[in-house]
Design a protein around this ligand. Structure first.
Ligand code: NAD
Ligand code: UFG
Length: 343
C-alpha cells in the first residue's frame, strides 16, 4: 500500500515534476487542477516519465470548490496534501488583486477547511521568496524581514500566516511552507517543462524563446546594478531539485507537529549575463542580447540561505546551472513541432 498525496495544481510546472518525484519516491499522487494554466497532457507525460502502467488520478476542478474537495477526501484516504494551485504572476497580481487574493488566499482557506473536515492534517504549501520583497542582505534567512511588494507576494504571506495560526490552534497540523527562489529548467527527459502562454517574462523561458528564433533578442533588464557584472543576481534552482525538496519536506512532517517555513534554493547567486553564457553553451549557439533599462521592482541581488532546510531534512539542490539550461533547452526543442503546428 503506497500513501496517497493530494497534489493541487499538479498539472502545472512544479506540480507535474513533483508528481514524478512522488511516484519515484513510492507515493501515489492524486491531482486536482482547474487547468487555468496547464494542460492535462502534462499528467499523461508525467506518467510516461515514471513508466507507470496506470494513468495519474486526476480531477479537473477548483480548490475553491469545497464540495469537490469533500468528494475527493471521501473517495481516497489521503495522507498529505501538496498545495501548488494558485496564480503566480507578480505583474498580473498588481492589475488584478481581487482575482489573486480569491484564488490564492480563498483557495488555500477552502483547502485547509476541507482537510480539517476530512481529518487530514499534513500540508506542504508553495510559498515564494517574494515574501521577502527586496531583501537587504544575502544569503536570505527565513528570519529576514517579510515585506512583499505585490498582491501576489502578500497572498503568499497571508497563507503562511493562516497556516501558522492553524498549527497553533490545533496540534494535529503538520505544515511546511516552502519559499522557492527561482525554479527553472525542465525534466531531463524533455517530456515535462514550463508551459508559457503568451509572452514569457521569466528569464529562462525568455532565453528558450530567443534561442529558438532567429529574430528575437533578449533584453537584459539593467546593466548598472551594484553586482559584479552590473546585472541582477538570483538563485536559480532546478525544478527537479524543487520537486525532490517536497519529498524531503513530506518526510520531515513525520518528525512532529507545527508549522515551519523553509527556503528552497541553491544557496548561490547567478547573474543574468552568467545565465546567458550558460544557456548559449547548452544550446551551442550565441544568444543575442542587449542591455536595456532596469525593470521596475527588480531587486539587485538575492539568494537563499538553505541551511534550515538542509539541517531539518537533509535536502540540498544537486543540479547545476548547466543542467537547468540544458534541460530547459531540450524541453523547448521538444515543443517546436507543437508550436509550428499551432502557428
Ligand atoms: P503553474 O501555473 O505552472 O501551476 C499552478 C497550477 O495550479 C496550474 O496547473 C493551474 O492550472 C492550477 N491552478 C491555479 N489556480 C487553481 C485553482 N484555483 N484550483 C485548482 N487549480 C488551480 O505554476 P508553478 O510555477 O508550477 O507554481 C506552483 C506554485 O508555486 C504556485 O503556487 C506558485 O505561486 C508557487 N511559486 C512558483 C514559483 C515559480 O517561479 N514558478 C516561484 C515561487 C512560488
Ligand atoms: N530578466 C531579464 N530579461 C528578461 C527577463 C528577466 O533581464 O527578459 C532578468 C530580471 O530582470 C531579473 C532576472 O532576469 O533580474 C530574473 O527574472 P525572472 O522574471 O525570471 O524572476 P524574478 O526573480 O523576477 O521573479 C521570480 C518569480 C517570481 C517570484 C520571485 C521570487 O518569477 O514569481 O522569483 O524570488 F516571486
Amino acid at each position: 500500500m503506497t500513501l496517497n498525496i493530494l497534489v493541487t495544481g499538479g498539472a502545472g510546472f512544479i506540480g507535474s515534476h513533483t508528481c514524478v518525484a512522488l511516484v519515484e519516491a513510492g507515493f501515489t499522487p492524486l491531482v486536482v487542477d482547474n487547468l487555468c494554466n496547464a494542460d492535462a497532457d502534462a499528467l499523461v507525460r508525467a506518467a510516461e516519465v515514471t513508466r507507470s502502467r496506470q494513468p495519474l488520478v486526476f480531477w479537473r476542478g477548483d480548490v475553491r470548490d469545497g464540495a469537490l474537495l469533500d468528494r475527493i477526501f471521501a473517495t481516497y484516504p489521503v495522507h498529505a496534501v501538496v498545495h501548488f494551485a494558485g496564480l503566480k504572476s507578480v505583474g498580473e497580481s498588481v492589475a488584478q488583486p481581487i482575482g489573486y487574493y480569491d484564488c490564492n488566499v480563498q483557495g488555500s482557506l477552502s483547502l485547509v477547511s476541507a482537510m480539517q473536515r476530512a481529518g487530514v492534517h499534513r500540508l506542504i504549501f508553495s510559498s515564494s521568496a517574494t515574501v521577502y520583497g527586496q531583501p537587504e542582505r544575502s544569503p536570505v534567512c527565513e528570519t529576514a524581514a517579510l515585506q512583499p511588494c505585490s498582491p501576489y507576494g502578500q497572498s503568499k504571506l497571508f497563507v503562511e500566516r493562516l497556516l501558522t495560526d492553524l498549527a497553533h490552534a490545533d496540534a494535529r497540523w503538520r505544515i511546511a511552507s516552502l519559499r522557492y527562489f527561482n525554479p527553472a529548467g525542465a525534466h531531463p527527459s524533455g517530456l515535462l517543462g514550463e508551459r508559457t502562454s503568451g509572452t514569457p517574462n521569466n528569464l529562462v523561458p525568455v532565453l528558450c524563446k530567443v534561442a529558438s528564433s532567429a529574430s528575437e533578442k533578449l533584453t537584459v533588464h539593467g546593466g548598472d546594478y551594484p553586482t559584479p557584472d552590473g546585472t541582477c543576481v538570483r538563485d536559480y534552482v532546478h525544478v527537479m531539485d524543487v520537486a525532490e525538496g517536497h519529498i524531503a519536506a513530506l518526510r520531515h512532517l513525520e518528525a512532529g507537529a507545527g508549522a515551519s517555513t523553509f527556503n528552497l534554493g541553491v544557496g548561490r547567486g547567478t547573474s543574468v549575463l552568467e545565465l546567458v553564457r550558460a544557456f548559449a553553451s547548452a544550446c551551442g549557439m550565441e544568444v543575442r542580447h542587449a542591455i536595456g533599462p532596469r525593470r521596475a521592482g527588480d531587486a539587485a541581488a538575492y539568494w537563499a540561505d538553505v541551511e534550515r532546510m538542509r539541517t531539518a531534512t537533509g535536502w540540498i539542490a544537486r543540479r547545476t546551472i548547466a543542467d537547468i539550461c540544458g534541460d530547459a533547452w531540450r524541453w523547448q526543442q521538444s515543443q517546436q513541432p507543437a508550436l509550428a503546428a499551432a502557428a
